[in-house]
Design a protein around this ligand. Structure first.
Ligand code: ADP
Length: 311
């Protein structure tokens, strides 16, 4: 039976190039990257992916919607808010190819997703088998919106849907670390599956060593828990065996070109297999294969032809 997944977050416009020269316009965002990789890897199993966010009523927002459709992403959960605009970030390249990131997202439409009395996601939640969000989704929402999202996570979990939380942590999006920690704690306790990057967990907790952060991560309350450690094997705990940890191998990559979206690609590959019925460890091995492919190409969303054998 086909599965329907709702992914909630922010996809921004992306400007890329050398400052004060010509730049190219693209788009991206952690949860959106995951939506794309989940769609690509899960289409054969009948997985449908809907992206939940808010855009403006401007032409650039319409352009984003067209491109999302081209990627096979369903947009029934998107709100168009008159007078608002999508967020924007710039990847500024210097002569040596080094990148600096700049963001304009304070007034982005996506922050207002829960300003309506009932958002499309809340109205249609019963149609979905799974909900995916990240620490960046939490960060961009105002406190009242975040509460609505927690309530939705609880309601979906209650009726047997999967609720997946990815711990992407961007300190600059939070007033302070304790506010982020409180929000992440809520999300970890509401999620049925947590995807945890060890580095982000260390940054969130402020623990001195990666070992201490790993020990702390292993005690998180989400029943299905994956701890990603870059090139080292992924640690996997499934709901059926809460005391038992297994390791999911990563792929050896001789030349890493660009690690952007490695974790997002892992999430897409993992969920594609997991929601199609694979066990957690084999789904994680597949997620690692997808991530290894993505880091061998520049950019967050790699050409679809480069992953024909993974679809
Ligand atoms: P994030 O992108 O979320 O910060 P990680 O750095 O832990 O997360 O990487 C996510 C996944 O990307 C890993 O689980 C692994 O599959 C893959 N990956 C990252 N770096 C490497 C590497 N050097 N070699 C092979 N795989 C890697």
């Amino acid at each position: 039976m086909s599965k329907r997944v709702a992914v909630i977050g922010e996809c921004m416009l992306e400007l890329k190039g050398e400052a004060f020269g010509a730049m190219t316009l693209g788009y991206g965002g952690d949860t959106f990257n995951t939506a794309v990789y989940l769609k690509r890897c899960g289409a054969a199993a009948g997985i449908e992916v809907s992206y939940a966010t808010a855009l403006g009523d401007d032409g650039l927002s319409t352009g984003l919607l067209d491109r999302w459709h081209d990627q096979g992403i369903d947009t029934r959960l998107v709100q168009r808010l008159p007078g608002r605009m999508p967020g924007l970030y710039m990847i500024e390249l210097d002569g040596a190819g080094e990148r600096s990131f700049h963001y304009w997202r304070d007034t982005a439409a996506a922050k207002a997703y829960f300003d309506a009395p009932v958002s499309p996601l809340e109205a249609q939640a019963a149609d979905f088998d799974a909900l995916y969000l990240s620490g960046i989704t939490l960060a961009i929402l105002p406190p009242a919106g975040r509460e609505r999202l927690y309530a939705l996570m609880a309601a979906m979990r209650e009726r047997g849907a999967q609720v997946i939380f990815d711990n992407n942590f961007r300190p600059r999006l939070w007033p302070d670390r304790s506010a982020a920690r409180a929000a992440f704690d809520r999300a970890f306790s509401l999620a049925t599956i947590a995807l945890v990057t060890a580095d982000d967990h260390q940054a969130l907790t402020g623990l001195d060593t990666l070992e201490a952060a790993l020990a702390h991560a292993r005690s998180l309350p989400s029943p299905e828990l994956l701890i990603k450690r870059g090139a080292s094997p992924t640690l996997v705990r499934s709901a059926q065996a809460p005391e038992r940890w297994t390791e999911a191998a990563t792929e050896a990559v001789a030349r890493v070109v660009d690690t952007t979206a490695a974790g997002d690609a892992f999430a897409g590959g993992y969920l594609a297999r997991r929601l199609a019925g694979a066990d957690a460890t084999s789904a994680a091995i597949f997620g690692n294969r997808v991530a290894a492919r993505v880091i061998q190409h520049p950019g967050a969303i790699i050409p679809i032809e480069t992953m024909d054998d993974l679809r």
